[in-house]
Design a protein around this ligand. Structure first.
Ligand SMILES: Cc1cc2nc3c(=O)[nH]c(=O)nc-3n(C[C@H](O)[C@H](O)[C@H](O)COP(=O)(O)OP(=O)(O)OC[C@H]3O[C@@H](n4cnc5c(N)ncnc54)[C@H](O)[C@@H]3O)c2cc1C
Length: 464
């Protein structure tokens, strides 16, 4: 659905050059968002070209969506209007990198895996261990607000994005924050771009703080008969002095998921087949340090697991960490690859309500012909995935359960959003869940950044 305004392909070609103006139904199909196809696409190379495109869109009231590697475009509601796709993949350079200073400035179209390779040459990394890691771009990752198993140790991108350049809705190129850790004063406007799925502006440059890569790392894994006992270990670890890289709670079914052929296709790195244990609740965590520190952590974790009633514990060695970590990181990608009808929800509740939230959501799914698995990260965010079995009423049961779980989590005072689902579900359910009390403030922010309402209209919370 376009805005009704007519996009002029020659005008787009004037701004980015004819070779980088995309039209024709076939090529534009690749830029569809929730089944809505734009009238044209542009492949700019600079922030100035993007500013030119946005100014043109603002004048003609054309709706614009920035597009990265297309891995998370299903986040949010279908666009109400969509005329021009801005393909960000030509902006893929490292602008500056000072390993000594732990600072980095990149263009947003750079894939995370390519950037990780550059940082690895200096034994550094960015804690953006997000799904679709091989191809996802920096800009798309930040705009979609996804988090990762590393959030437990490093926080979200809010903590390590130092500054940004972005093009706002009037075509102005704006800088916010800085390039170093000790920063200039002023509002951190760039933080508003995190999780805003391109509804406030087009990110054109990102300044990061980088981190030294753990030299020696280990993993620890414990299996339990019940969720209560697994949560008991999680609680003990949280109260201990241990500082872990990752801490994840897996429901029964995650073992089967992670050792499936599909998981091996998504993450080919080696894993021992029965880790994590099938049919059990599991706690898995990662930590790093010198040989002495690793041994002490291992001993402490073993003791805490025994005190919590673990039925099995294992240590995950250096060679297995990429595979084990990779499968947790790719939870959403693996579930999506397993079933096109998969629904993945992100449930956030207070730590004290984790048990209740799990129990409520699991009882709602209950006897429905639906398999479900959950992975709960150290920050307490529950990724709840439902996979309909191949029976007639499974899809309908899945949809009903989704609505009920969202209501139950909201009733607990938490937030529930759908981050992956079949398009048909978006016709029945608002993926952003219940309206939040700060919505009037969000409306004002939207008006200030995007006065002509051209950025991804309709996709964000409350139809913004
Ligand atoms: C119009 C607009 C206004 C904004 N105003 C603010 C602001 O005032 N303060 C601020 O810090 N950031 C604001 N942002 C930026 C953005 O909302 C945050 O960066 C985002 O909330 C990231 O939050 P998080 O790090 O907790 O991510 P996550 O918890 O990972 O959130 C992921 C995504 O879910 C969204 N979300 C899920 N459910 C709801 C819901 N029910 N209601 C609202 N959002 C939901 C988040 O906004 C985000 O897009 C705004 C963005 C937009 C588009």
């Amino acid at each position: 659905m376009s805005s009704g305004a007519k996009i002029a392909a020659p005008r787009v070609a004037e701004i980015v050059g004819p070779a980088n103006a995309v039209d024709g139904a076939d090529k534009l199909a690749a830029y569809e968002v929730d089944g809505v196809r734009p009238g044209a696409a542009a492949r700019p190379e600079t922030a100035e070209e993007i500013a030119g495109l946005v100014k043109y869109a603002a004048t003609e009231k054309l709706a614009v969506i920035p597009i990265g590697a297309r891995t998370m475009l299903g986040i949010g509601m279908p666009p109400a209007r969509y005329d021009l796709a801005i393909d960000m993949t030509r902006l893929d350079r490292v602008i500056s990198y000072d390993p000594g200073d732990l600072t980095l400035s990149v263009e947003p179209g750079i894939p995370l895996a390519k950037l990780a390779a550059t940082l690895a040459e200096h034994k550094q990394f960015l804690p953006l261990g997000v799904p679709f890691f091989d191809c996802a771009t920096v800009g798309g990752t930040l705009a979609s607000g996804v988090d990762s198993p590393l959030r437990h140790a490093y926080g979200t991108a809010r903590e390590f994005v130092l500054g940004m350049e972005f093009v706002s809705g009037d075509g102005a190129v704006t800088k916010s924050g800085g390039r170093v850790v000790k920063n200039v004063s002023g509002y951190d406007l760039h933080k508003l771009m995190l999780g805003a799925i391109g509804s406030l502006g087009v990110i054109t440059r990102v300044n990061f703080k980088t981190f030294p890569r753990p030299a020696l790392a280990r993993g620890f894994f414990a299996a339990f008969e019940t969720m209560e006992k697994a949560l008991e270990l999680r609680e003990r670890i949280m109260r201990s002095k241990l500082s872990l890289l990752t801490l994840d709670l897996g429901s029964p079914g995650t073992g089967e998921l992670f050792s499936s052929a599909t998981a091996a296709k998504v993450v080919p790195e080696v894993v021992t087949a029965d880790l994590p244990a099938h049919g059990k609740w599991t706690i898995s965590c990662g930590f790093w340090g010198s040989t002495d520190v690793l041994a002490r952590y291992e001993g402490d974790l073993q003791q805490m697991a025994a005190d919590s009633g673990a039925i099995r514990v294992d240590t995950i060695g250096e060679d297995e960490i990429p595979g084990q970590f990779g499968r947790k990181r790719e939870f959403v990608a693996i579930v999506s690859a397993l079933s096109p009808g998969a629904i993945v929800m992100k449930l956030s509740v207070r730590a004290s309500q984790l048990q209740e939230a799990h129990a409520k959501a699991r009882s709602i799914v209950g006897a429905a012909p639906v398999d479900h698995v959950t992975l709960t990260n150290g920050a307490g965010v529950i990724y709840f995935a439902m996979l309909p079995r191949r029976t007639g009423d499974a899809t309908q049961a899945c949809r009903q359960a989704t609505g009920q779980i969202m209501k139950a989590i909201t009733a607990l005072g938490g937030y529930a959003t759908i981050i992956r689902c079949p398009l048909e579900l978006k016709r029945e359910i608002n993926v952003w869940g219940a309206p939040r009390e700060d919505f009037p403030l969000m409306q004002r922010v939207k008006r200030a950044f995007d006065p002509h309402d051209i950025f991804a209209p309709g996709r964000f919370v409350g139809g913004l």
